[in-house]
Design a protein around this ligand. Structure first.
Ligand SMILES: Nc1c(C(=O)O)ncn1[C@@H]1O[C@H](COP(=O)(O)O)[C@@H](O)[C@H]1O
Length: 161
C-alpha cells in the first residue's frame, strides 16, 4: 500500500481506464499522487487499514472511484476525516446512475465530494483535489491559477462552421 499527498483508490482494476484521468491535472501541477485498488466489498480489511493509516502517512485528499453498488467512497469517508472526492464509474447495466446515487446520497454528517459519472468526473476529481491542496500550499495555488488561466484562454469565441 503506497501513500502520497493524493491517494487515488478504486474498487477494481477495471476502473483504472476511467480513473486514470484523475492523474492528468495532478501531474500537470506536480502534485504527488499514487493509485491502487481498495474494495469495500472484496477487500474490507484493506479498506480498514488504508483509511486508518492515510492521515498519519501524510495523505491530504483521497479520490475514490467505484461502479455499481459503489460503497467504497462513503465507507472510506466514514473511517477518516481526510476529504474524499468520489467518482461514479459507469456500470455495465445502469450506465453509472447506480454508482452516482450510491456515492452522492450520504447520510447527514459523513460526506463525499461527488463528481460526475465517468472519465470527466475522474478528471474533475483531480481538479477538486488540486483546489483543496491550493488552500494551504502557495506553490500549488500559483500553479493552479496559471493552469486555470490557460483553460480560460483556450476557449475561443468564434464558431467554426
Ligand atoms: N463498487 C465496487 C466496490 C466497492 O464499492 O467496494 N468494489 C468493487 N466495486 C465495483 O465493481 C465493479 C465491477 O468490478 P469488476 O470489473 O472487477 O467485476 C467496478 O466498477 C468496481 O468499482
Amino acid at each position: 500500500m503506497n501513500f502520497s499527498t493524493v491517494n487515488i483508490v478504486m474498487g477494481s482494476q477495471s476502473d483504472w481506464k476511467t480513473m486514470q484521468a484523475a492523474t492528468e491535472v495532478l501531474s500537470a501541477l506536480q502534485i504527488p499522487h499514487t493509485a491502487g485498488v481498495v474494495s469495500a466489498h472484496r477487500t474490507p480489511a484493506r479498506l480498514q487499514e488504508f483509511a486508518a493509516r492515510a492521515e498519519s502517512e501524510g495523505t491530504k485528499v483521497i479520490i475514490a472511484g467505484a461502479g455499481g453498488a459503489a460503497h467504497l467512497p462513503g465507507m472510506i469517508a466514514s473511517e477518516t476525516i481526510i476529504p474524499v472526492v468520489g467518482v461514479p464509474v459507469a456500470s455495465r447495466h445502469l450506465n453509472g446512475l447506480d454508482s452516482l446515487l450510491s456515492i452522492v446520497q450520504m447520510p447527514r454528517g459523513i460526506t463525499t465530494a461527488t463528481q460526475p459519472i465517468g472519465e470527466a468526473g475522474a478528471y474533475n476529481a483531480g481538479v477538486m483535489a488540486a483546489q483543496i491542496l491550493a488552500l494551504s500550499d502557495s506553490e500549488v495555488r500559483e500553479r493552479f491559477r496559471a493552469w486555470r488561466q490557460q483553460l480560460t484562454d483556450s476557449v475561443g469565441y468564434e464558431i467554426q462552421p
